[in-house]
Design a protein around this ligand. Structure first.
Ligand SMILES: NC(=O)c1ccc[n+]([C@@H]2O[C@H](COP(=O)([O-])OP(=O)(O)OC[C@H]3O[C@@H](n4cnc5c(N)ncnc54)[C@H](OP(=O)(O)O)[C@@H]3O)[C@@H](O)[C@H]2O)c1
Length: 292
């Protein structure tokens, strides 16, 4: 037996194996293509000849591969062994996949911690690196020291396995939207002939102001009172439509601004035109209610 097993020694799994070895744990590794795991033997890892061998070699088993389906397939092969330890899945996926894996592991008597890695491999082993975990609390408590050795800022969010994934999705959706908007806007500025330093200064200013925007919008979101005091969704629908036209006239794809214009227009068509822009929140929730 070893202390911990890692299935998947790609970029992330190999980084985790190295840090665990450096932290003094005995580590079993397995990789679908054996060549990617064999170099870890020199560093002290035990190489398993099959996934099942790795799964049953340690009381804590990490999955660092590419899909939830593959995690379930490898665990299915190992099910006949009653000695499967705590499973920690750090594969990137969706909250729904986490729900499904949680239900399946529960049915099969496996304890699951689902994790979201908020880091690149180079961050593994650092005190300030964050990995979010959710799922079986006992598994978190039993393994907390080892998990914090991999990422000192790790947090346990709660017993629903989907939580880590859900927080990751919220955080990265926001980052994806804002970063894509930033880069597309820089291109728009370039085509319009706005000097780079002007464009960057305006964007910096807007980013600073946006922190204040949350303080402005949250009381409306919390109270459900979206009465407009500054500008309405009708006004925003007109201006975002005009912005989108400007991007198209400039020959750009305009997809980033079109997404904003379409969202505001959706809220307008849902009858929220006379409310503050913050009512977009209510519009989106209305979509979720009508689809469920
Ligand atoms: N790298 C990062 O910066 C980062 C950051 C956050 C989260 N993550 C997440 O960490 C996970 C691993 O990422 P990575 O960067 O290590 O990727 P990677 O370097 O591409 O490694 C992928 C690993 O998955 C294995 N794999 C793929 N399909 C498989 C299958 N059907 N059955 C068994 N093993 C399979 C690969 O095995 P083979 O070698 O045989 O192909 C390899 O070990 C992903 O979910 C990723 O989203 C990565």
């Amino acid at each position: 037996m070893t202390d911990v097993s890692i299935l998947g020694t790609g970029l992330m799994g190999a980084a985790m194996a190295r840090v665990l070895l450096r932290n003094g744990y005995s580590v079993t590794v397995w990789n679908r293509s054996p060549a990617k795991a064999s170099h870890l033997k020199r560093e002290g890892a035990v190489i398993a000849s099959s996934a099942t061998e790795a799964i049953t070699a340690s009381p804590l088993v990490f999955f660092v591969i590419l899909s939830y389906d593959n995690v379930r397939a490898l665990l299915t092969d190992a099910l006949e062994h009653r000695d499967i330890g705590d499973v920690v899945n750090v594969v990137t996926g969706s909250p729904t996949e986490a729900d499904e894996l949680e239900a399946w592991t529960r049915e099969n008597g496996i304890t699951l911690l689902d994790g979201a890695l908020l880091t690149y491999p180079k961050g593994i082993g650092r005190d300030d690196t964050v990995v979010l975990y959710s799922g079986d609390e006992g598994a978190w408590r039993r393994n907390e020291t080892m998990l914090r050795g991999l990422a000192g800022g790790s947090q346990y969010l709660g017993h629903q396995a989907r939580l880590a994934n859900a927080v990751d999705h919220v955080s990265l959706s926001f980052v994806s939207i804002v970063q894509t908007a930033m880069l597309s806007t820089l291109a728009y500025a370039q085509v319009l002939g706005v000097p780079r330093e002007q464009a960057v200064a305006r964007m910096h200013r807007s980013l600073t102001n946006m922190k204040g925007y949350l303080d402005y919008a949250l009381p409306m979101v919390d109270s459900g009172d979206f009465s407009a005091t500054e500008s309405t969704i009708d006004t925003w629908a007109l201006s975002t439509r005009d912005f989108a036209r400007g991007w198209r006239d400039a020959g750009l794809s305009g997809k980033a601004i079109a997404a904003a214009a379409e969202t505001v227009r959706g809220a307008q068509e849902a009858g929220l035109g006379q409310f503050d822009l913050a009512a977009v929140y209510q519009f989106e929730l209305g979509q979720a209610d009508s689809s469920s």
